[in-house]
Design a protein around this ligand. Structure first.
Ligand code: PLP
Length: 354
């Protein structure tokens, strides 16, 4: 069998959940498990995080799968329902919905639901993606309070720059101004805000990336935040090439050996979710030792430098990211963020729990 595997460390997942609790001990936790649990497997992650008071996903189908698997916690649809015909399913399965636009309120008002559904009313406090602008927020709230199909209303916003120097001050001030005096639970914080802004924890925190053991910050390592990597993408050397000086490796011949170079061919490529934009020099572990990739990443393979790697040969273990090699490093080399790499793990990669 092809040696590529994604190992999912469930105790690391639980540990990282504990880190969330440590930072936000007064808040309930909605574990964000959208995008197949950031590539780790939605149901697998939900099971490991049974202690969470809620889960957040995007689609009704995902939410129903969680209910059918027996989860009784709150389930939040992060973009809410997309059309009125989804509302009976929300009612049947007690799914909570983000409400971010007028059209959703109208659909709720028209729906004669057998039970009330809980909603998270979203304020656009400055990110300008989803949500009601501050001047429209009060009216939206009043309409929801008057709607027969609506149960509990939680006030919500999402930060654009919680992971950047700009921070959350302006958005938090906007939210606080509108929420002051309202007797409703609040939900604001993603991972970055959980870690850096205790004043924004509110009643429900919404951690995503930190649960998976990756740092939301470009300038702070996961280790220094006490986060442990959950996914380790591992493979092995399946071929060896002794490149004479002057020869190139891979498509486009983008890497050319300056001196005789021993290269290893690894069973992992962009069809597995490894970023094709990772250039020569992107770090990799071979036999537990740090090396670098050479040339272009192919669909099913990539090439690594075995110079100075002791004991490397066919079958030598390779870590593409995870334990011992933070996924943030690979993401930075490829000009992206860890979120994208984790989410892009391909369906063809076998997953094993450890
Ligand atoms: C994805 C998402 C989160 C989680 O963000 P992280 O940066 O991964 O912690 C929280 N809230 C909302 C609304 C989201 O869409």
């Amino acid at each position: 069998m092809r040696p590529l595997q994604a190992k999912i460390n469930l105790s690391a997942l639980k540990h990282n959940f504990g880190v969330v609790r440590g930072h936000a001990p007064q808040s309930r936790t909605i574990a964000v498990i959208k995008a197949n649990g950031y590539g780790h497997g939605m149901l697998r992650v939900a099971r490991a995080l049974e202690a969470a008071e809620g889960y957040a996903v995007l689609n009704v189908g995902e939410a129903v799968a969680l209910r059918e698997a027996g989860f009784k916690q709150a389930i939040l649809l992060l973009e809410g329902f997309f059309s009125a015909d989804e509302l009976p399913t929300l009612a049947e399965h007690r799914l909570a919905s983000v409400i971010h636009c007028q059209e959703q309120i109208e659909m709720l008002e028209m729906a004669g639901l057998p039970v009330k559904i809980n909603v998270f009313l979203k304020l656009n406090s400055g990110m300008n993606r989803l949500g009601f602008r501050p001047e429209a927020f009060g009216a939206a709230l009043q309409r929801l309070q008057a709607a027969r199909s609506v149960g509990q209303i939680t006030l919500m916003t999402h930060f654009a720059c919680a992971d950047e120097v700009q921070g959350i001050a302006a958005q938090l001030a906007c939210f606080d101004r509108l929420a002051t005096g309202l007797d409703a639970p609040r939900s604001l914080a993603n991972s970055a805000a959980i870690l850096r802004f205790p004043q924004a924890h509110g009643d429900w925190v919404r951690p995503g990336i930190m649960l998976y053991g990756s740092s939301p910050f470009a300038d702070t390592s996961a280790v220094s935040l006490d986060l442990k990597p959950v996914m380790t993408l591992t493979s092995a050397i399946i071929g060896l090439q002794d490149l004479p000086a002057g020869e190139a490796v891979g498509y486009g011949a983008t890497f050319r050996a300056e001196q005789p170079t021993r290269a290893g061919i690894v069973a992992c490529g962009y069809a597995d979710g490894y970023p094709r934009h990772a250039p020569t020099g992107t770090p990799v572990l071979v036999n537990g030792q740090r090396s670098r990739i050479l040339g272009r990443v192919s669909m099913d393979m990539l090439c690594v430098d075995l110079t100075g790697i002791s004991g490397a040969g066919i079958g030598s273990p390779v870590v593409l990211w995870g334990e011992g090699l933070p996924v943030e490093e690979i993401a930075a080399a490829a000009g992206t963020i860890s979120y994208e790499l984790l989410c892009a793990l391909a369906a063809r990669v076998p997953v094993v729990e450890v």
